[in-house]
Ligand binder design. Structure first.
Ligand code: MSP
Length: 504
């Protein structure tokens, strides 16, 4: 029985500031953390994010600025934390790979695997892509360049440590086939299975010579080596929430059988999470996460948004322009989680005007106006009755909403977009009800009971909606609650005033 929920984002490299893509994973994780806190209780949910601070990329970025790598990362980390604060990210823990708790855990993992003979020393000769920090065989190169980033590779010969991942290939294939929820969405699961069926895994080089790359976690049993940055980074998911006892057993209150463990990642880092990570855990004798969910990319035109392509959009800029809830809403609503999406301000404004200004904002505003007009600002009390077909249908919708949300946010595919759609169905039913009921006539004709019930329906819908949107748009949820209080209303400015395209 899982009664706890542990959710993680990738830990982000600190060589560049975060762009929309990074914020996407973090906002998605935040939404799931908030949703689960509401269901399970605050202390049953753990939400981890953090920064990946070792490796050549960081070392070079620091050198460029004339700083030591530690000074450099200390300078960048607050920019991530500020952004997350601005985006209302409610993480419980922020891990930096330069922290003592993490370094100790990585060294212990290496010692344990070494003692178990899962790691061996050998001579390495081959091609190395510095930006990707990846070794390639001659065969894997594409036109003598890195098959991933297409940049030139360097020939390298050195002594290193290798992790015997090749021994786990059959185990992993079996594991994936019998755990269809392990890699989601299904298309990514198939992609990994196909990769494993068509390729033979080669043992993973998990060290770098200290003299070539100083900025990494040293091996305790071989100080002239530091840890390969990906091996170092993956360990964050366990180093943040537990530790190893004398016998090398991992102990954590967030990694037991009563915990649902979910890693959210972008599809760019699927291989590391779907192949290396489960094998590391298996070799350590630690249980697997429940799900690794790889979402799609935000693109700008034809290209993936990324620092190296120089086509990034700043989340801060978007938030300053449109507001944090709008930004969160757009990212989660516009594209089904798992697929690629195209970012544009036009698309954001369109969504804003139709879903937020027209639908939600309008429902709240017209309800406030009617309570003001017909009830002098005092909110009618009580449950509404299924007095007509529309009120009845709305009642059914309200009763089923929790279930719809659970099936989209609680399991499988984390379909934020569909979850929001189901909330909007309710909003639209209520707006239609206003248009069909013609409350001004009810008032004129003195049909006070009908009018009261009609308002109760709207208040019921708005309360349900504000609770349901809270994980997605925490601020809007609070301000709706403030405007339509338990007893009286506090009419403020419209929640989402329409944006005229010309103005922007
Ligand atoms: N440090 C590694 C991750 C280690 S996790 C143990 C890393 N960092 S990163 O800074 O490059 O961030 C990669 C992640 O940022 C992606 O997996 C994804 O979550 C997010 N995105 C970066 N660009 C993106 C888009 N254009 N679109 C969507 N998400 C993207 O890799």
């Amino acid at each position: 029985m899982t009664s706890k929920f542990y959710i993680t984002t990738p830990i982000y490299y600190v060589n560049a500031s975060a762009h929309i893509g990074h914020s996407y994973t973090t906002i998605a994780a935040d939404t799931l953390a908030r949703y689960n806190r509401n269901l399970l209780g605050k202390d049953k949910v753990r939400f981890l994010t953090g920064t990946d601070e070792h490796g050549q990329k960081i070392q070079r970025a620091a050198e460029k600025e004339g700083l030591s790598p530690q000074q450099f990362t200390d300078k960048i980390v607050p920019t991530f934390k500020n952004l997350w604060a601005k985006l209302d990210i409610s993480y419980d823990d922020f891990i930096r790979t330069t922290e003592e708790r993490h370094i100790r855990a990585v060294q212990r993992v290496l010692e344990i695997l070494h003692a178990k003979n899962e790691i061996y020393a050998a001579q390495y000769e081959g091609w190395y892509c510095i930006p990707c920090e990846t070794f390639w065989t001659e065969m894997q190169l594409v036109e003598n360049a890195c098959p991933d980033c297409k940049r030139p590779v360097e020939k390298i010969q050195e002594s290193n440590y290798f992790f015997k991942i090749s021994a786990y290939q059959d185990w992993l294939i079996d594991y994936l086939k019998s755990h269809l929820d392990f890699i989601r969405p299904a298309s990514r699961h198939e992609e990994v299975c196909r990769f494993l069926e068509l390729n033979k895994l080669t043992d993973l080089c998990i060290s770098r010579p200290q003299e070539r790359l100083g900025w990494g976690i040293p091996f305790s049993f071989s100080p002239e080596h530091v840890t390969y940055v990906w091996f170092d980074a993956l360990i964050n998911y366990i180093s943040a929430v537990g530790s190893f006892d004398d016998k090398g057993r991992y102990v954590s209150e967030w990694w037991g059988d009563d915990v649902k463990v979910v890693h959210l990642i972008g599809k760019d880092i699927l291989r590391q999470h779907a192949v290396y990570w489960p094998i590391i855990l298996k070799a350590l004798g630690i249980r697997m996460p429940d799900t690794v969910f790889a979402h799609g990319w935000w693109m700008l035109g034809e290209d993936k948004m990324s620092k190296s392509r120089g086509n990034v959009v700043s989340p801060l800029e978007m938030v300053d322009k449109f507001g944090v809830d709008v930004y969160r809403y757009f990212l989660l609503r516009d594209v089904p989680f798992g697929l690629d999406g195209n970012f544009s301000e036009d698309a954001l404004i369109k969504r804003f005007n139709s879903d937020l200004a027209n639908d939600l904002g309008n429902l709240v505003y017209r309800t406030l106006t009617m309570i003001e007009k017909y009830y002098q600002g005092n909110v009618p009390q009580g449950e509404f009755k299924a007095a007509d077909a529309q009120a009845e249908a709305i009642g059914v919708k309200i009763a089923h909403l929790g279930h719809r949300l659970a099936s989209n946010l609680g399991a499988g595919d984390y379909n934020f977009s569909l979850a929001l759609e189901s909330i909007w169905e309710l909003i639209n039913m209520a707006n239609k009800y206003v248009e069909d009921s013609k409350p001004w006539n009810l008032s004129k004709e003195g049909k006070t009971e009908e009018l009261r019930n009609f308002i109760l329906v709207l208040v019921g819908v708005i309360r349900k909606v504000s609770a349901a949107i809270a994980p997605f748009m925490p601020q809007a949820a609070v301000s709706i609650k403030e405007q339509i209080g338990q007893n009286e209303i506090k009419k403020g400015n419209p929640l989402f005033p329409r944006i005229e395209i010309k103005k922007v």
